[in-house]
Ligand binder design. Structure first.
Ligand code: RFL
Ligand code: PHB
Length: 395
């Protein structure tokens, strides 16, 4: 087997890269360890930045998103029992976010690739990336038990935080930056109508809570918990009582409850690897960086990376120039670190840290007070939340 770009991982990064390359006539093959059913059913992100929405729309993937997604022009920051609206659109010249589940984006991408004759191999095993420093890197894998080799010009490592691509780079070639937070998120999907028209990020003495949505019938809610806690520790009644307590905001507001359809505990960490390239292997998305979910940036960063990578590969195949590929890591990392800063800042402002340091808590309240009362501070939050621009220098 031979292709120009071998792509490891059919997450948002890998599938979108394959789609963007196809639109420029560049062939690729995507290899995925899980089944199509599994990737289309995994519950993860929900918030798409304005730039992500624009890119999906411009490349023919926006039809269902426009119909079924929810465009939100603001978010609420709630603390000390009171809500404060951040008017994203007014503060950013009309930009907004769209709430449309990651697995719906995945379904749209898989369908677009398969309809266009694209090659995605699901449920492959034993994936290995080889000869990364040569001009002919190879991916070896098992499909239906048979060992197969895919010869490539380039390999895109889009295999997420637990993939094989990053660990295949000699350790001394990479620098890791990491911060692990002393708390986690407990996430649920509940069958209930929305309790609010916009997302609510809430700080309470008992910890963080987040009200998000999926559809008119299904809501997505999160609350801060101890990383050691498990789903078994939280009965449905206990979950609703905790959420009601944390989100209480006077007599006029109540969280609407309903049957809980899914529960999970999500660890929180910040992680970046530098550089995002080794020879002809390019890392994109979660394989190169992880953000805590408080800023809603992970999927959006994956999209930004592959946009830069696709532009660099298109330039290479059109004109033979490789300078954009050489600058790929540097271009992405500037934006990655800004998203890291924003995600760390949102996380630090909105969570209770174990030990209950009263000084830190006062600072958090002061920060929230400042962000919700100063146009300058609110604008800084808004422009980061809707997404900083993607710089495609020289493309
Ligand atoms: P993915 O989505 O993890 O996809 C990687 C794919 O690679 C496959 N794979 C392999 N394939 C072949 N060979 C191997 N050896 C392989 N090893 C792994 C995997 O099966 C998988 O299909 O990475 P990608 O494409 O980089 O996308 C990143 C995003 O998925 C992630 O950043 C977001 O989900 C993060 N995130 C959010 N991001 C946002 O932008 N907005 C949000 O609102 C948001 N909310 C969230 C989130 C992540 C969450 N969790 C569960 C961590 C909310 C949550 C709860
Ligand atoms: C979600 O809807 O899953 C979601 C929303 C906002 C976040 C993280 C996750 O910050």
């Amino acid at each position: 087997m031979r292709t120009r770009v071998g792509i490891v991982g059919a997450g948002p990064a890998g599938l979108l890269l394959s789609h963007l390359l196809h639109l420029h006539g560049i062939d690729s093959v995507v290899l995925e360890v899980r089944s199509r059913e599994a990737i289309e059913a995994t519950i993860r992100a929900g918030v798409l930045e304005q730039g992500t929405v624009d890119l999906l729309s411009e490349t023919g993937l926006g039809e269902r998103m426009r119909r079924e997604g929810f465009r939100h022009h603001g978010i609420e920051l709630r603390f000390a029992g009171r809500g404060h609206r951040i008017d994203l659109a007014a503060l950013t010249g009309g930009k907004a976010i769209t709430v449309y589940a990651q697995h719906e984006v995945i379904k749209d991408l898989v369908k677009a690739r398969l309809d266009a004759g694209g090659e995605i191999h699901f449920s492959v095993e034993d994936v290995n990336v080889l000869d990364l420093k040569s001009t002919a890197p190879t991916i070896r894998f098992r499909k239906d038990g048979a060992l197969t080799e895919l010869a490539c010009d380039f390999i895109a490592g889009c295999d997420g935080s637990q993939g094989v691509c990053r660990p295949s780079v000699p350790p001394r070639a990479l620098t890791h930056y990491e911060r692990v937070y002393p708390f986690a998120w407990f996430g649920i999907l509940a069958q209930a109508p929305p309790s609010a028209e916009e997302l609510i990020y809430n700080l309470h003495d008992r910890g963080f809570a987040l009200v998000s949505t999926r559809t008119r019938e299904i809501q997505r809610l999160y609350f801060q918990c101890d990383p050691k806690e498990t789903v078994a520790d939280w009965s449905d009644d206990r979950i609703w009582a905790e959420l009601q307590t944390r989100l209480a905001a006077g007599p006029g507001w109540k969280l609407i409850e309903g049957p809980i359809l899914q529960k999970g505990v999500i660890g929180m960490r910040s992680f970046v690897v530098e550089p995002m390239q080794y020879g002809r292997l390019f890392l994109a998305g979660d394989s190169a960086h992880i953000v805590p979910p408080t800023g809603a940036k992970g999927l959006n960063l994956a999209v930004a990376d592959v946009r830069v990578l696709a532009a660099a590969l298109v330039a290479f195949y059109r004109t033979g120039r490789s300078d954009l590929l050489e600058r790929y890591s540097e271009s992405c990392l500037r934006r990655v670190w800004k998203a890291q800063r924003f995600s760390w800042w949102m996380t630090s402002m909105l969570h209770r840290f174990p030990g209950g340091d009263p000084f830190r808590h006062r600072l958090q309240i002061a920060e929230l007070d400042y962000v919700t009362s100063s146009a300058a501070a609110a604008t800084a939050l808004a422009e980061n939340y809707v997404g900083l621009p993607i710089e495609l220098t020289g493309a």
